[in-house]
Design a protein around this ligand. Structure first.
Ligand code: SF4
Ligand code: SF4
Length: 104
């Protein structure tokens, strides 16, 4: 009896694989998980960006003003999960972000 030949497949013989499309959390509105919401006060904010750099969900909205200085413009409530880190990290005396009970 002839022994079956065992060999590695060539690249041309390998089955074609699938390419799974990459995704991001931007497509999921994780803000619906929130029980408390951060409320930003534009009058108190000094635009130090501590909240922006601290937010684990990239939910602090920023833009560049006419002098090309980066400023906070608000909260992305579609993705903010209400963890409260931004309010905690905002300089204590300023309290430009406060956490408030989420309402339906
Ligand atoms: S940490 Fe507070 S003061 Fe600083 S940018 Fe954020 S909201 Fe404004
Ligand atoms: S509460 Fe948490 S998720 Fe929402 S903006 Fe503040 S740091 Fe980001």
């Amino acid at each position: 009896m002839k022994k079956e030949e065992s060999r590695k497949l060539t690249a041309q013989e390998l089955p074609v694989g699938d390419i799974v499309e990459a995704s991001t959390a931007v497509e999921f509105h994780t803000g619906s998980w929130r029980s408390q919401r951060p409320v930003w006060d534009s009058n108190k904010c000094i635009h130090c960006l501590v909240c922006w750099i601290s937010c684990p969900d990239n939910s602090i909205k920023i833009t560049s003003d006419e002098k090309k200085i980066t400023v906070v413009t608000g909260i992305d409530y579609d993705h903010c999960k209400g963890c409260g880190i931004c309010a905690n990290e905002c300089p204590v005396k300023i309290k430009a972000i406060t956490m408030q009970q989420e309402t339906k």
